[in-house]
Design a protein around this ligand. Structure first.
Ligand SMILES: *Cc1c(COP(=O)(O)O)cnc(C)c1O
Length: 375
Protein backbone atom coordinates (compact mmCIF):
# COMPACT_ATOMS: atom_id res chain seq x y z
CA UNK A 1 0.00 0.00 0.00
CA UNK A 2 1.14 3.53 -0.81
CA UNK A 3 0.51 5.96 2.02
CA UNK A 4 -0.06 9.36 0.36
CA UNK A 5 -1.66 11.00 3.39
CA UNK A 6 -0.48 14.32 4.87
CA UNK A 7 1.40 12.48 7.58
CA UNK A 8 2.27 9.86 8.49
CA UNK A 9 4.05 9.50 5.17
CA UNK A 10 5.91 6.59 3.65
CA UNK A 11 9.28 5.90 5.24
CA UNK A 12 12.53 5.33 3.34
CA UNK A 13 14.45 2.09 3.58
CA UNK A 14 17.41 3.94 5.14
CA UNK A 15 15.22 5.20 7.97
CA UNK A 16 13.67 1.78 8.52
CA UNK A 17 17.10 0.12 8.61
CA UNK A 18 18.42 2.71 11.05
CA UNK A 19 15.53 1.92 13.39
CA UNK A 20 16.71 -1.70 13.45
CA UNK A 21 20.29 -0.90 14.57
CA UNK A 22 21.52 -2.45 17.83
CA UNK A 23 20.57 -0.38 20.87
CA UNK A 24 22.71 0.88 23.69
CA UNK A 25 21.61 2.25 27.06
CA UNK A 26 20.86 5.88 26.17
CA UNK A 27 21.14 7.03 29.78
CA UNK A 28 24.61 5.59 30.35
CA UNK A 29 26.35 5.49 26.98
CA UNK A 30 28.36 8.69 26.53
CA UNK A 31 28.57 7.99 22.81
CA UNK A 32 24.80 8.31 22.61
CA UNK A 33 24.88 11.76 24.24
CA UNK A 34 27.36 12.85 21.60
CA UNK A 35 25.25 11.43 18.78
CA UNK A 36 22.09 13.06 20.15
CA UNK A 37 23.86 16.42 20.52
CA UNK A 38 25.31 16.21 17.00
CA UNK A 39 21.87 15.41 15.61
CA UNK A 40 20.34 18.37 17.46
CA UNK A 41 23.10 20.65 16.14
CA UNK A 42 22.47 19.46 12.58
CA UNK A 43 18.76 20.15 12.96
CA UNK A 44 19.53 23.62 14.33
CA UNK A 45 21.68 24.26 11.28
CA UNK A 46 18.87 23.21 8.93
CA UNK A 47 16.49 25.54 10.81
CA UNK A 48 19.05 28.36 10.67
CA UNK A 49 19.07 28.89 14.40
CA UNK A 50 21.27 29.07 17.45
CA UNK A 51 18.29 28.10 19.63
CA UNK A 52 18.23 25.01 21.82
CA UNK A 53 16.98 21.99 19.86
CA UNK A 54 15.44 19.14 21.86
CA UNK A 55 13.96 15.83 20.72
CA UNK A 56 10.98 14.90 22.83
CA UNK A 57 9.68 11.37 23.04
CA UNK A 58 6.13 11.77 21.83
CA UNK A 59 4.20 12.54 18.68
CA UNK A 60 3.89 16.20 17.48
CA UNK A 61 1.03 17.06 19.82
CA UNK A 62 3.45 16.68 22.74
CA UNK A 63 5.41 19.65 21.42
CA UNK A 64 2.34 21.88 21.24
CA UNK A 65 1.38 21.00 24.79
CA UNK A 66 4.96 21.27 26.11
CA UNK A 67 5.39 24.77 24.66
CA UNK A 68 2.19 26.00 26.26
CA UNK A 69 2.73 24.14 29.56
CA UNK A 70 6.23 25.59 29.89
CA UNK A 71 5.37 29.21 29.06
CA UNK A 72 1.82 29.71 30.29
CA UNK A 73 0.94 30.67 33.87
CA UNK A 74 -2.45 31.14 35.46
CA UNK A 75 -4.34 34.12 33.99
CA UNK A 76 -1.65 34.91 31.40
CA UNK A 77 -3.23 36.39 28.29
CA UNK A 78 -2.26 34.30 25.27
CA UNK A 79 -3.07 35.21 21.67
CA UNK A 80 -4.26 32.20 19.68
CA UNK A 81 -3.95 33.06 16.00
CA UNK A 82 -6.32 30.85 14.09
CA UNK A 83 -7.37 30.25 10.52
CA UNK A 84 -7.79 26.52 10.86
CA UNK A 85 -8.49 23.54 13.06
CA UNK A 86 -5.00 23.19 14.54
CA UNK A 87 -4.79 26.96 15.00
CA UNK A 88 -7.94 27.02 17.09
CA UNK A 89 -6.84 23.87 18.94
CA UNK A 90 -4.18 25.80 20.86
CA UNK A 91 -6.98 27.40 22.89
CA UNK A 92 -7.56 24.09 24.67
CA UNK A 93 -3.92 23.78 25.73
CA UNK A 94 -3.84 27.38 26.98
CA UNK A 95 -6.95 26.76 29.06
CA UNK A 96 -5.68 23.46 30.48
CA UNK A 97 -2.68 25.39 31.86
CA UNK A 98 -4.81 28.19 33.31
CA UNK A 99 -4.16 30.85 30.69
CA UNK A 100 -6.70 33.17 29.11
CA UNK A 101 -6.86 32.33 25.41
CA UNK A 102 -7.84 35.24 23.20
CA UNK A 103 -8.59 33.78 19.79
CA UNK A 104 -7.83 35.91 16.73
CA UNK A 105 -9.97 34.27 14.06
CA UNK A 106 -9.07 34.87 10.41
CA UNK A 107 -10.26 33.75 6.97
CA UNK A 108 -9.86 29.94 6.81
CA UNK A 109 -9.40 29.98 3.02
CA UNK A 110 -6.09 31.87 2.91
CA UNK A 111 -3.00 32.69 4.94
CA UNK A 112 -3.16 35.17 7.81
CA UNK A 113 -3.31 38.75 6.53
CA UNK A 114 -0.46 40.41 8.38
CA UNK A 115 -1.72 43.97 7.97
CA UNK A 116 -5.06 43.02 9.56
CA UNK A 117 -3.23 41.31 12.40
CA UNK A 118 -1.11 44.42 12.83
CA UNK A 119 -4.22 46.60 13.06
CA UNK A 120 -5.55 44.25 15.74
CA UNK A 121 -2.29 44.34 17.70
CA UNK A 122 -2.28 48.14 17.66
CA UNK A 123 -5.42 47.99 19.78
CA UNK A 124 -4.41 45.07 22.00
CA UNK A 125 -0.94 43.63 22.41
CA UNK A 126 -0.84 42.67 26.06
CA UNK A 127 0.01 39.01 25.43
CA UNK A 128 2.76 36.89 26.90
CA UNK A 129 3.03 34.84 23.73
CA UNK A 130 1.07 33.99 20.62
CA UNK A 131 0.50 30.64 18.98
CA UNK A 132 0.35 30.19 15.23
CA UNK A 133 0.31 27.21 12.91
CA UNK A 134 2.70 27.26 9.95
CA UNK A 135 0.77 24.81 7.78
CA UNK A 136 -2.72 24.08 9.12
CA UNK A 137 -2.93 20.57 7.71
CA UNK A 138 -6.72 20.04 7.53
CA UNK A 139 -7.00 22.91 5.01
CA UNK A 140 -3.39 22.93 3.79
CA UNK A 141 -3.02 26.68 4.31
CA UNK A 142 0.52 28.05 4.71
CA UNK A 143 0.77 31.03 7.04
CA UNK A 144 3.41 33.74 6.55
CA UNK A 145 5.26 33.13 9.81
CA UNK A 146 8.21 35.03 8.34
CA UNK A 147 6.08 38.20 8.72
CA UNK A 148 3.86 37.23 11.66
CA UNK A 149 6.60 36.39 14.17
CA UNK A 150 8.72 39.54 13.62
CA UNK A 151 5.50 41.59 13.96
CA UNK A 152 4.73 39.88 17.27
CA UNK A 153 8.27 40.49 18.46
CA UNK A 154 7.92 44.23 17.74
CA UNK A 155 5.09 44.19 20.27
CA UNK A 156 7.14 42.18 22.75
CA UNK A 157 5.08 39.02 22.19
CA UNK A 158 6.86 35.67 22.02
CA UNK A 159 5.82 33.19 19.34
CA UNK A 160 5.06 29.48 19.44
CA UNK A 161 4.95 28.06 15.91
CA UNK A 162 3.45 24.67 15.07
CA UNK A 163 5.42 23.77 11.97
CA UNK A 164 4.68 20.07 12.34
CA UNK A 165 3.51 19.64 8.75
CA UNK A 166 5.74 22.29 7.15
CA UNK A 167 9.19 21.88 8.70
CA UNK A 168 11.54 20.44 6.03
CA UNK A 169 8.89 20.83 3.31
CA UNK A 170 9.37 24.61 3.58
CA UNK A 171 12.71 26.12 4.57
CA UNK A 172 12.43 27.83 7.96
CA UNK A 173 14.80 30.52 9.21
CA UNK A 174 14.02 30.48 12.90
CA UNK A 175 16.38 33.25 14.04
CA UNK A 176 15.80 35.62 11.13
CA UNK A 177 12.05 35.14 11.56
CA UNK A 178 12.11 35.75 15.34
CA UNK A 179 10.47 32.44 16.27
CA UNK A 180 10.72 31.60 19.98
CA UNK A 181 9.49 28.02 20.01
CA UNK A 182 9.47 26.15 16.71
CA UNK A 183 7.85 22.71 16.67
CA UNK A 184 8.15 19.81 14.24
CA UNK A 185 6.96 16.21 14.19
CA UNK A 186 8.76 13.14 12.92
CA UNK A 187 5.88 11.69 10.89
CA UNK A 188 5.35 14.64 8.55
CA UNK A 189 7.98 16.06 6.16
CA UNK A 190 10.78 14.21 7.98
CA UNK A 191 9.15 10.92 6.95
CA UNK A 192 10.05 9.08 10.13
CA UNK A 193 7.32 7.04 11.85
CA UNK A 194 5.31 8.95 14.48
CA UNK A 195 6.99 9.21 17.87
CA UNK A 196 9.20 12.29 18.08
CA UNK A 197 8.70 16.01 18.48
CA UNK A 198 11.39 18.48 17.49
CA UNK A 199 11.29 21.54 19.74
CA UNK A 200 13.66 24.41 19.02
CA UNK A 201 13.52 26.84 21.93
CA UNK A 202 15.02 30.35 21.97
CA UNK A 203 17.02 31.68 24.92
CA UNK A 204 14.30 34.29 25.46
CA UNK A 205 11.70 31.53 25.85
CA UNK A 206 13.95 29.66 28.30
CA UNK A 207 14.47 32.84 30.34
CA UNK A 208 10.73 33.42 30.41
CA UNK A 209 10.21 29.87 31.75
CA UNK A 210 12.89 30.44 34.39
CA UNK A 211 11.24 33.68 35.51
CA UNK A 212 7.87 32.06 36.17
CA UNK A 213 6.36 32.71 39.56
CA UNK A 214 4.67 29.28 39.64
CA UNK A 215 6.23 25.93 38.75
CA UNK A 216 5.48 24.26 35.42
CA UNK A 217 2.54 21.95 36.10
CA UNK A 218 3.97 18.96 34.27
CA UNK A 219 7.08 16.85 34.18
CA UNK A 220 6.83 15.37 30.70
CA UNK A 221 5.88 18.74 29.17
CA UNK A 222 8.47 20.77 31.08
CA UNK A 223 10.99 21.95 28.50
CA UNK A 224 13.33 23.19 31.24
CA UNK A 225 14.02 19.56 32.13
CA UNK A 226 16.07 19.35 28.94
CA UNK A 227 18.23 22.35 29.79
CA UNK A 228 21.96 21.58 29.58
CA UNK A 229 21.29 17.87 29.09
CA UNK A 230 24.58 17.69 27.23
CA UNK A 231 26.65 19.31 29.99
CA UNK A 232 24.88 17.35 32.71
CA UNK A 233 24.94 14.23 30.53
CA UNK A 234 21.48 13.42 31.72
CA UNK A 235 18.10 13.28 30.02
CA UNK A 236 14.86 13.85 31.91
CA UNK A 237 13.72 10.37 30.85
CA UNK A 238 15.16 7.54 28.81
CA UNK A 239 15.35 8.54 25.16
CA UNK A 240 13.61 6.37 22.52
CA UNK A 241 16.83 5.34 20.90
CA UNK A 242 15.47 3.57 17.80
CA UNK A 243 13.23 6.52 16.99
CA UNK A 244 16.25 8.79 17.25
CA UNK A 245 18.37 6.55 15.00
CA UNK A 246 15.56 6.73 12.44
CA UNK A 247 15.43 10.51 12.72
CA UNK A 248 19.19 10.69 12.30
CA UNK A 249 18.97 8.76 9.02
CA UNK A 250 16.25 11.13 7.82
CA UNK A 251 18.21 14.25 8.79
CA UNK A 252 21.22 12.84 6.89
CA UNK A 253 19.01 12.52 3.81
CA UNK A 254 17.63 16.05 4.25
CA UNK A 255 21.10 17.56 4.67
CA UNK A 256 22.23 16.09 1.38
CA UNK A 257 19.03 16.83 -0.54
CA UNK A 258 19.93 20.07 -2.30
CA UNK A 259 16.76 20.38 -4.36
CA UNK A 260 14.42 19.52 -1.50
CA UNK A 261 12.46 22.73 -1.17
CA UNK A 262 12.22 23.41 -4.92
CA UNK A 263 11.00 19.85 -5.46
CA UNK A 264 8.25 20.22 -2.85
CA UNK A 265 7.16 23.46 -4.52
CA UNK A 266 7.23 22.02 -8.03
CA UNK A 267 5.25 18.90 -7.11
CA UNK A 268 2.67 20.90 -5.17
CA UNK A 269 2.18 23.35 -8.05
CA UNK A 270 1.90 20.57 -10.62
CA UNK A 271 -0.52 18.60 -8.44
CA UNK A 272 -2.77 21.62 -7.88
CA UNK A 273 -2.77 22.49 -11.59
CA UNK A 274 -3.69 18.92 -12.49
CA UNK A 275 -6.53 18.75 -9.96
CA UNK A 276 -7.97 22.07 -11.17
CA UNK A 277 -7.60 21.29 -14.88
CA UNK A 278 -9.47 18.04 -14.22
CA UNK A 279 -12.40 20.02 -12.88
CA UNK A 280 -11.90 19.69 -9.13
CA UNK A 281 -12.01 22.69 -6.80
CA UNK A 282 -9.24 23.48 -4.33
CA UNK A 283 -10.49 24.19 -0.82
CA UNK A 284 -8.25 27.25 -0.43
CA UNK A 285 -8.31 30.45 -2.41
CA UNK A 286 -4.60 31.14 -1.88
CA UNK A 287 -1.49 30.37 0.18
CA UNK A 288 -1.20 26.66 -0.49
CA UNK A 289 1.38 24.74 1.51
CA UNK A 290 3.82 22.72 -0.61
CA UNK A 291 3.32 19.77 1.73
CA UNK A 292 -0.19 18.73 0.68
CA UNK A 293 -3.09 19.43 -1.69
CA UNK A 294 -6.62 19.81 -0.35
CA UNK A 295 -9.60 19.74 -2.71
CA UNK A 296 -13.35 19.65 -2.26
CA UNK A 297 -15.25 16.38 -2.48
CA UNK A 298 -17.14 16.63 -5.80
CA UNK A 299 -20.89 17.06 -5.43
CA UNK A 300 -22.89 13.87 -5.49
CA UNK A 301 -19.96 11.61 -4.58
CA UNK A 302 -19.29 10.32 -1.09
CA UNK A 303 -15.84 11.04 0.28
CA UNK A 304 -15.70 7.53 1.79
CA UNK A 305 -16.39 5.92 -1.59
CA UNK A 306 -13.43 7.74 -3.13
CA UNK A 307 -11.09 6.74 -0.31
CA UNK A 308 -12.31 3.14 -0.36
CA UNK A 309 -12.02 2.78 -4.15
CA UNK A 310 -8.51 4.26 -4.09
CA UNK A 311 -7.49 1.57 -1.61
CA UNK A 312 -9.36 -1.38 -3.09
CA UNK A 313 -8.57 -0.77 -6.75
CA UNK A 314 -5.20 0.94 -6.49
CA UNK A 315 -3.73 0.24 -3.03
CA UNK A 316 -3.19 3.97 -2.50
CA UNK A 317 -4.30 5.72 0.65
CA UNK A 318 -5.15 9.41 0.57
CA UNK A 319 -6.97 11.18 3.40
CA UNK A 320 -10.32 12.70 4.13
CA UNK A 321 -10.59 15.23 6.92
CA UNK A 322 -12.13 15.77 10.36
CA UNK A 323 -13.90 18.34 12.50
CA UNK A 324 -15.60 21.06 10.40
CA UNK A 325 -14.04 19.68 7.21
CA UNK A 326 -15.23 16.11 7.73
CA UNK A 327 -16.52 14.63 4.43
CA UNK A 328 -15.99 18.02 2.74
CA UNK A 329 -12.41 17.75 1.48
CA UNK A 330 -9.86 15.18 0.41
CA UNK A 331 -6.14 15.52 1.00
CA UNK A 332 -3.10 14.22 -0.85
CA UNK A 333 0.14 14.40 1.11
CA UNK A 334 3.26 15.12 -0.93
CA UNK A 335 5.75 15.95 1.77
CA UNK A 336 9.08 14.39 2.68
CA UNK A 337 9.55 10.97 1.14
CA UNK A 338 6.18 11.40 -0.64
CA UNK A 339 7.48 14.47 -2.49
CA UNK A 340 8.59 12.42 -5.46
CA UNK A 341 7.18 12.67 -8.95
CA UNK A 342 6.48 8.97 -9.41
CA UNK A 343 4.34 8.44 -6.35
CA UNK A 344 2.30 11.61 -6.88
CA UNK A 345 1.88 10.74 -10.54
CA UNK A 346 0.57 7.28 -9.69
CA UNK A 347 -1.73 8.76 -7.07
CA UNK A 348 -3.26 11.17 -9.57
CA UNK A 349 -3.71 8.42 -12.15
CA UNK A 350 -5.50 6.34 -9.53
CA UNK A 351 -7.64 9.30 -8.48
CA UNK A 352 -8.56 9.95 -12.11
CA UNK A 353 -9.64 6.33 -12.60
CA UNK A 354 -11.48 6.30 -9.27
CA UNK A 355 -13.47 9.44 -10.02
CA UNK A 356 -14.39 8.24 -13.51
CA UNK A 357 -15.58 4.95 -12.03
CA UNK A 358 -17.78 6.99 -9.68
CA UNK A 359 -19.21 8.88 -12.68
CA UNK A 360 -17.34 12.16 -12.34
CA UNK A 361 -16.57 13.62 -15.77
CA UNK A 362 -12.96 14.74 -15.58
CA UNK A 363 -11.87 17.33 -18.14
CA UNK A 364 -8.38 15.97 -18.79
CA UNK A 365 -5.95 13.15 -18.10
CA UNK A 366 -4.89 14.12 -14.59
CA UNK A 367 -1.57 12.32 -14.71
CA UNK A 368 -0.59 13.83 -18.08
CA UNK A 369 -1.59 17.27 -16.86
CA UNK A 370 0.59 16.81 -13.74
CA UNK A 371 3.57 15.76 -15.87
CA UNK A 372 3.24 18.90 -18.04
CA UNK A 373 4.25 20.96 -15.04
CA UNK A 374 7.18 18.81 -13.95
CA UNK A 375 10.55 20.12 -15.11
C1 LIG B 1 0.08 16.26 12.37
C2 LIG B 1 0.04 17.54 13.03
C3 LIG B 1 0.17 17.65 14.42
C4 LIG B 1 0.27 16.41 15.25
O1 LIG B 1 -1.02 15.91 15.36
P1 LIG B 1 -1.58 14.46 15.11
O2 LIG B 1 -2.98 14.70 14.65
O3 LIG B 1 -1.53 13.76 16.39
O4 LIG B 1 -0.74 13.79 14.08
C5 LIG B 1 0.16 18.90 14.97
N1 LIG B 1 0.03 20.01 14.22
C6 LIG B 1 -0.11 19.95 12.89
C7 LIG B 1 -0.25 21.21 12.11
C8 LIG B 1 -0.10 18.72 12.26
O5 LIG B 1 -0.22 18.64 10.92
Amino acid sequence: MKIMTPGPTMVSEEVRKARALPCTNPDLDMEFFKEYKTLCDEIAQLLHTTSNVYLLSGEGILGLEAAVASLCEKDDRILVISNGIFGRGFKDFVEIYGGKAIVYEADPKRGIDVSKLEAYLKEDHDFKFATVVHCDTPSGVLNPIQDICPLLKRYGIMSVVDSVSAMFAVEVFQDAWDIDILLGGSQKAMSVPPGLTIASVSDAAIQSMQKRSTPIASFYCNLLNFLDYDKKQSFPYTMPISDIYGLKASIDEIRHDNKRYERHQMIANACRKALCAYGLTMYLEDDYSPSLSVFEVPQGIQSDMILKTMIEDHRIMIAGCFDVLKDKVLRIGHMGYNANVNDVRMTLRALDETLRKLNFKGSCDMEAEFMKHIA
